[in-house]
Design a protein around this ligand. Structure first.
Ligand code: FA5
Length: 346
């Protein structure tokens, strides 16, 4: 090969490259073109290897011509590469999510609260929420449990030590039940009252059916002429709407200081439908307490018991949700262990 043949070959490479690069539209094709024209076994590389066989006086000039051609090819490939990048970036849909993020959902308890709220709102109850850090007076004294009354022990209360004792309201506590909202609501609005108070409650208890923090929902209805049949009607309504049409409510005599008469409320077992089985023993499961509001409590709420009467009920949110058909949770503590494997099941 002489100098002219060498230069002709370089010119052919340049010409062919120019014509091929003008039709490239994808990365893959560009990659192949790069390898064809400046790769190890490219014609240009082959020519560069031939330089040593040229006459010595033309080697430097031919080397320089070949390197110029190589740099031209490299820079044209780079320009096209950038152009293709720009085009591809502009094809990206920024609203599309290539990495699917895990989708969360509401917590077991939030679902139960929403469902219960909706059931009561359908029959004219309105939702309220009263303090979790409460005065002794609202949680006990205004509910007909004077200081040192032994009934207070049943609520296994958490007391807050470093807040001053109030002359009228006594000590601060973590409310052990939503009944502390009863007199608060009576003092806030005049009858008729149809509140559903849902909030956190606290008791010094922990085992398969108790957690130190749990939720209750408290119904309070006060109006003229309210009697036990209204209470039973609302309980029946709740039980069929929450547990299903095949479930029934039952009230049994009980004792609470703030209701007279008082009842414990049961729902017929979802497994045996009231026949009696391993889970329920006698066909019924307890769901909470209820009763007609005690006249003393009405008076604490500035309501005349000769003019008005009312009923109240207080149930545990978690325990009730656990008793729904299809929710088989046999340990209430699981709800607050924050184990995602447990929570994603609901
Ligand atoms: C009361 O708290 C009364 N205030 C209910 C009431 C309201 C009676 C209005 C009359 C009129 P009791 O202590 O039984 O009652 O609690 C009611 C429900 O709260 C229980 O049936 C249970 O479902 C739930 N509960 C009580 N303690 C816990 C706890 N530590 N963990 C989870 N749920 C609880």
């Amino acid at each position: 090969m002489n100098k002219q043949d060498f230069i002709n070959s370089i010119n052919d490479i340049r010409k062919n490259f120019e014509s091929e690069i003008s039709s490239i539209v994808s990365y893959d094709d560009l990659k192949q073109l790069k390898s064809k024209y400046i790769g190890r076994s490219s014609a240009l590389n082959n020519l560069l290897c031939q330089i040593k066989y040229l006459p010595i006086d033309v080697r430097a000039e031919c080397g320089s011509i070949a390197n110029t051609c190589k740099h031209e090819i490299e820079s044209k490939i780079k320009v096209l590469y950038d152009e293709l990048c720009y085009k591809t970036d502009n094809l990206i849909d920024p609203t599309a999510n290539p990495h699917k993020l895990p989708v969360g959902h509401q917590h077991f308890t939030t679902r139960a609260i929403d469902e219960i709220t909706e059931i009561f709102e359908r029959i004219g109850f309105y939702r309220v929420r009263y303090p979790e850090v409460e005065w002794d007076w609202f949680a006990f004294e205004s509910l007909n449990m004077p200081k040192d009354h032994p009934a207070r022990d049943e609520w296994e209360t958490f007391f807050i030590d470093n807040i001053e004792v109030n002359e009228k309201y006594g000590r601060r506590i973590l409310t052990p039940h939503t009944s502390s909202g009863q007199v608060r609501e009576m003092l806030r609005v005049k009858p008729p009252i149809r509140m559903i108070n849902i909030s956190k409650c606290y008791r010094r208890q922990i085992d398969v059916s108790h957690t130190p923090m749990f939720h209750q929902f408290e119904g309070l209805v006060i109006d003229k002429g309210v009697n036990i049949s209204h209470l039973k009607g609302v309980l029946d309504y709740f039980v069929t709407n929450f547990f299903g049409n095949n479930r029934k409510a039952r009230i049994r005599p009980y004792h609470f200081r703030f209701t007279e008469p008082s009842f414990e409320v049961d729902v017929s077992c979802g497994i045996c439908l009231g026949e009696g089985c391993k889970l329920c023993k006698n066909g019924w499961l307890e769901i909470g307490g209820a009763g007609m509001v005690h006249p003393v409590v009405l008076q604490f709420g500035n309501i005349d018991p000769n003019e008005y009467s009312g009923f109240a009920f207080g149930f545990g949110i978690e325990r009730n949700y656990m008793m729904k058909s299809g929710i088989s949770v046999d340990d209430i503590r699981l709800i607050y262990q924050n184990d995602i494997r447990f929570l994603t099941q609901f």
